[in-house]
Design a binder for this molecule. Structure first.
Ligand SMILES: [Zn+2]
Length: 142
């Protein structure tokens, strides 16, 4: 009941000078109503609650919010991947392209460590990829 004082309905009626109780209000997006919607949306109320206050359906609220391109609340635009994950599109020429994880999985990534000059991998992965010719070395030393 107290909530009614916050709705712009009486104000709108005064402005328009008509009692439009019978008019379907959901087709009427006056600047005042848009402002009210934006305000209510920002407070974190649910779409259905906002709809109730504005006298429109939840779908009308959601639809209008989409059209207004209001930031979607409670869904902070967090990237799914951690920022340090090196994906194929982020991999640079001087970064280790050693694949980590399953290519079919979401967490598939590349090592991304600084690559050894002239090699596609970092020191650690070069050691795995290219088995150092130790035998030859020790043979030479002997
Ligand atoms: Zn590496």
């Amino acid at each position: 009941m107290m909530l009614l004082e916050n709705t712009p309905k009486h104000r709108l009626r005064t402005i328009k000078g008509v009692t439009d109780m019978t008019m379907p209000p959901n087709h009427e997006w006056t600047p005042e109503r848009v402002q009210e919607l934006t305000k209510l949306w920002a407070t974190g109320l649910s779409a259905s609650e906002i709809g109730r206050r504005l006298g429109i359906t939840k779908n009308a609220v959601v639809g209008k919010v989409r059209r207004l391109d209001l930031a979607m609340r409670r869904a902070p635009a967090q990237p799914k991947r951690e920022p340090n994950v090196v994906t194929l599109d982020r991999l640079k020429a001087n970064q280790c392209s050693w694949p980590e994880g399953d290519p079919g999985q979401d967490d598939f990534r590349f090592c991304g460590s600084p690559a050894v000059m002239g090699k596609p991998y970092c020191e650690k992965h070069c050691a795995i990829a290219y088995v150092p010719p130790k035998k030859k070395q020790s043979a030479n030393a002997a």
